[in-house]
Design a protein around this ligand. Structure first.
Ligand SMILES: [Fe+2]
Ligand SMILES: [Fe+2]
Length: 303
């Protein structure tokens, strides 16, 4: 393996970075609904030229609400997964136990943070935005798979959040500072999670035959397909929210354009940006080049 990640260094970094939910939201720290929330690289509202600038901002914010909800969903299955991974080996490597418990504690904090943002959004946006769910049913389906497949999904999510923050910095033309702060704070802790999850993947893959590695990748792709189905449902829910928020009914041609552009945008946001992250690919390569190739062959559909 090419990386130099360890439980001890991830724990040390995490203890240096640690922030409180109150440092990110509450008091003066409010969302500004006159501004876009998500980086354009993720929201991709600009190609929808039939929407006015205000309508594009509304769609950007609906996508940001989706983002809060999607992270609410994924953090809720990451938390029990990490706890299940640490529970059987509580004696022995103290740094490992502490680093993984810290990881779980941070995900519990992120669940709380995303919920607080969502509550403020619901209050300020003015139009209810429906989301897929319920989160526990989605989590049960994901967790029913091979733990190595689940760990790969989580690793992809951790690296994906790194990319999302980097893109928000690169793309910060008038991005709401409060939403950018959410992405930044999340990024700072997820950087340690990505390292710890790399170690979890290695532990779960140790001693597996090539066939069992390849079967885990098939299950990882099955979870991806399940997420992708959810994104297709969310696309339609977002369309209904957009029409309600803008008091406008899109023409059939406008809907067609909306679906084409937004389908690609959501696939990139939640699947492609993680599947193609160089550090994720590096882990796949280290498992087995055939594993990496299988994912690389599928990835372009999500980019
Ligand atoms: Fe998180
Ligand atoms: Fe995380």
């Amino acid at each position: 393996m090419r990386h130099a990640f360890s439980y001890a260094t991830a724990l040390a970094s995490s203890e240096k970075i640690r922030w409180r939910v109150e440092d990110v939201i509450g008091g003066e720290k409010r969302l500004d609904f006159s501004m876009p929330f998500l980086p354009e690289s993720l929201a991709r509202v600009e190609p929808l030229t039939f929407l006015s600038p205000a309508e594009q901002t509304a769609l950007n914010q609906i996508r940001a609400h989706e983002y809060l909800s999607m992270f609410g969903i994924v953090e809720e299955f990451i938390l029990p997964f990490v706890l299940d991974h640490v529970r059987p080996h509580l004696s022995g490597d103290d740094a490992r136990v502490r680093a993984l418990l810290q990881f779980a504690g941070e995900e519990a904090k992120h669940i709380d943070l995303f919920k607080r943002f969502r509550a403020e959004f619901d209050q300020g946006f003015g139009t209810p935005c429906a989301v897929i769910g319920p989160a526990d049913a989605i989590g049960r389906e994901v967790l029913s798979h091979d733990p190595l497949a689940v760990a790969l999904v989580i690793l992809q999510i951790e690296w994906m959040t790194q990319r999302h923050f980097e893109e928000s910095v690169r793309d910060d033309r008038g991005l709401d500072p409060q939403f950018a702060s959410l992405l930044r704070h999340h990024w700072s802790e997820e950087a340690q999670h990505a390292k710890l999850d790399t170690l979890m993947v290695e532990a779960l893959a140790a001693g597996r035959s090539k066939d069992r590695l390849l079967s885990a990748v098939e299950e990882y792709l099955a979870i991806g397909a399940f997420v992708d189905q959810g994104l297709a449902t969310q696309l339609e829910l977002n369309l209904a929210s957009l029409e309600a928020a803008t008091r406008r009914t899109l023409t059939p041609a406008e809907r067609e354009s909306y679906r084409t552009h937004q389908r690609r945008a959501a696939r990139w946001t939640y699947l492609g940006s993680g599947m193609t992250h160089p550090r994720f690919v590096e882990t796949l390569e280290a498992l087995d080049p055939r594993v990496a190739k299988r994912v690389a062959d599928v990835a372009p559909a999500f980019c």
